[in-house]
Design a protein around this ligand. Structure first.
Ligand code: 2HG
Ligand code: ZN
Length: 422
């Protein structure tokens, strides 16, 4: 018996992809910075098959990289070295609702979840531009934030229960205990943000929120980031997204969308609020929900510039201006296109210019972020890109504990090697 034969017995011949052409879409990160060739891509249909796949991979000593929609930006869900099996969660599609929550399979996209919630008069609190591809499993594994984070929090705040398969195929689940957690440590909570390194998340119970009535969306040009911050009201904020005039120009050039403002501002704020916000009389602003497209098409527009170094960081709000002033020198002679989730200090620093494998600029930017008290992996995960730099933001004791937890859950280092625990 070979591993491939066992996998075929578990999931069926059509769901074990070994042909290079069929494997290719699973082997390269969205950024094209990380790729590798997989021994096989396997697509289990349910939790029992996931457990059997993991048991077989453990028997044959084949490392497993779990992949959801492959929208990751830090190399955390594609193979890096030969012999790795990609476990795709694409077919884990169950979706049942009850009591202001859903139980969703890991492969359900955020878009499908939103449509499902809307049909019953509710909404899911995490939303993001890649909603039609990004999955429940991937967003749980990275503790994704997204554009509604200011109102509803990150994915962790939505999770009411999880089903997880460990490296040895054993199953952990509290989905059958919807009544709420008992006292004691939140053990399943460990898997939120664990990036496939502790276990494979196969399903989650997620809270749904009341669907808000229509709000107001405005796009407004600002001289600097502090001026933009001053326009964000204390209450009723649904989204406060930061862009730059240069970024908007790039989006307009590459997508054909119309330029929304009279001039190119250093900073552009997209604000969605419950009530119409107070703006200065002479503000260069448009009130129109369609401006969301300018924000949501940033990632695709920036990708047209070449291989992008994605530095997903967050800063204390009072340090944003200092960081933005320092940034040009940190990335010189290259260029950074910036956008992000202003209300929570989240910034997506997209550096274009350095070769894919050159990490000099990445390091300089992330070190500066850490020195300012920020987070170097705000919502995309540490992945391959940043796991080696975790010491910038976590203490020696925390990293040591992380290693011990990893060892307890996955003693052979079978799951997503190199991620979280380098
Ligand atoms: C977003 O906020 C995503 O749209 C992607 O987190 C960020 O492309 C990026 O850098
Ligand atoms: Zn984001």
């Amino acid at each position: 018996m070979t591993l491939e034969r066992e996998l075929v017995d578990i999931v069926g011949r059509d769901q074990v992809l070994t042909d290079p052409g069929l494997r290719a879409p699973y082997e390269s990160d969205w950024t094209r910075r990380w790729s590798g060739s997989a021994r096989a891509v396997v697509r289990p249909a349910d939790t029992g098959q996931v457990a059997a796949v993991l048991r077989s991979c453990a028997t044959y000593g084949a490392p497993v990289v779990t992949q959801g929609g492959n929208t990751g930006l830090v190399g955390g869900s594609v193979p890096r070295c030969t012999g790795q099996v990609v476990l795709s969660t694409a077919r884990l599609q169950r979706l049942q609702s009850g009591d202001h929550a859903v139980v969703a399979g890991a492969g359900v996209t955020i878009g499908r979840l939103q449509v499902h919630a809307r049909a019953i008069g509710l909404a899911y609190g995490v939303d993001l531009a890649s909603r039609d591809t990004a999955t429940v499993g991937g967003t749980v594994a990275t503790d994704a934030g997204g554009i509604r984070v200011v109102r509803y929090g990150r994915t962790r705040a939505q999770v009411r229960g999880l089903e997880v398969v460990l490296a040895d195929g054993s199953l952990l689940s509290d989905l059958e205990r919807p009544g709420g957690a008992d006292a004691g440590p939140d053990l399943l909570g460990l898997f939120v943000g664990s990036e496939g390194a502790f276990g494979v998340v196969t399903a989650a119970r997620l809270r749904l929120v009341p669907r808000p009535p229509p709000g107001t969306t405005v796009l407004v040009g600002c001289p600097d980031v502090d001026a933009a911050r001053a326009l964000v009201p204390a209450d009723g904020v649904r989204a406060a997204e930061l862009m730059t005039g240069d970024g908007i120009d790039l989006v307009c050039r590459t997508t054909g969308l119309r330029r929304p403002l009279r001039r190119t501002w250093p900073v552009v704020l997209l604000l969605e609020t419950d009530q119409v916000p107070d703006l200065p009389d002479d503000a260069d602003a448009v009130v129109d929900a369609r401006v969301w497209e300018l924000r949501e098409r940033h990632t695709e527009a920036i990708a047209t510039l070449g291989v992008v170094h994605k530095l997903d960081v967050a800063l204390p709000l009072h340090q944003l201006a200092t960081f933005l002033a320092d940034l040009p020198a940190l990335v010189a002679p290259h260029r950074a296109v910036l956008f992000g989730h202003l209300a929570v200090g989240g910034l997506h620093v997209n550096v274009v210019g350095p070769a894919a494998g050159d990490e000099t600029v990445d390091r300089a930017v992330l070190e500066r972020v850490a020195a300012l008290g920020g987070s170097i992996a705000a919502e995309h995960g540490f992945g391959i890109a940043k796991s080696g730099l975790m010491h910038l933001v976590r203490s020696r004791e925390e990293i040591d504990l992380l290693r011990r937890v990893k060892h307890a859950l996955d003693p052979a280092g079978q799951l997503n090697p190199g991620v979280l625990v380098p």
